[in-house]
Ligand binder design. Sequence first.
Ligand SMILES: NC(=O)c1ccc[n+]([C@@H]2O[C@H](COP(=O)([O-])OP(=O)(O)OC[C@H]3O[C@@H](n4cnc5c(N)ncnc54)[C@H](O)[C@@H]3O)[C@@H](O)[C@H]2O)c1
Length: 337
Amino acid sequence: MSPLPCWAPPATIGWTDGLIAAVAALYDEPDGKENAVSKRIVFTGGSGKAGRHVIPYLVERGHKVLNVDLVPLPLDGVNTLNADLTQSGEVFNALSMHFDFGGLDTGAGPAPVDAVVHFAAVPRILLRPDNTTFQANVVSTYNVIEAAVKLGIRKVIIASSETTYGVCFAEGDKDYHSFPLDEDYDVDPMDSYGLSKVVNEKTARAFAMRSGADIYALRIGNVVEPHEYANFPGFLADPLSRKRNAWSYIDARDLGQIVHLCVEKDGLGFSVFNAVNDEITANEPTAEFLAKWAPNTPQRRPLEGFEAPMSNRRIREVLGFREEHNWRKYVSKAPAL
Ligand SMILES: NC(=O)c1ccc[n+]([C@@H]2O[C@H](COP(=O)([O-])OP(=O)(O)OC[C@H]3O[C@@H](n4cnc5c(N)ncnc54)[C@H](O)[C@@H]3O)[C@@H](O)[C@H]2O)c1
């Protein structure tokens, strides 16, 4: 009999193996809009660059989302609750409220939350003073995870970052230790933002250990919105311009798929995932390209074809990620392979 991911049919209704396989295929679709299990998700920072693509992806797959942000997200069917996540009291409230007026209809009070996706942050250095960036990101993440766990929410997904790999916001020209950059790398940022993300991963690990909840940290690569593929010819012409991003990226819509897969995948406890697309942003195979442009950095294993230097093997193997938005689809000057 075919394995079913979420449920098993009652033995009495005469399901055939073929029927079961057909239904299971709907559930197995990694980014299938047919997903029938609607979850209630609180999404923080959903009005920002990444969230405004990820929230629609989740809504299209049947999930009910409350956005918690300091500024609104103009999206039908998604209420934005204005709350400051650096304030613990506001966070506890935000995670235990009605999502919208529809919640009043049951008369039973706010329904439970299935998952929290925490994207709100000061998203890089040089926007706020360094200490404010560190403090805001560390405190808001602590508040969100603590409130979620203490309110009994069993799934939290937080936005970590490529900057944990230490080169993105480094002083001067720093080399990576080795390629590929994978989740076991000894992360060592020297800047306040990257450091805040390392601390957030430790916070996530501590609460997962304490509570048994699933808390997944996504080391998100440079987020690319559809209109930003116009920048890629410039990247290709100046290879060193992308060293700080490890010549890797994540399409904002594919990030939606990754978050959706994390919402669906239970039982991993604390887990770190690189969240990037499959391929290097270059026209040369990765091993040769890196030998030329990162000559001081050893390659720990044979790099396959055009694989991204920041490896996404784990999201493909553990979550079933299948990219839909390879940059070559959108960059007309990229020579055919
Ligand atoms: N954009 C990237 O390339 C990139 C790369 C790696 C990781 N990340 C991470 O992904 C997440 C999303 O990034 P983004 O580019 O969408 O950032 P963004 O700045 O566009 O969006 C962040 C949102 O968080 C909200 N916010 C900030 N502080 C808040 C607070 N105290 N309370 C409530 N809301 C608050 C902001 O209003 C904003 O809408 C962030 O955690 C960021 O650090 C982004």
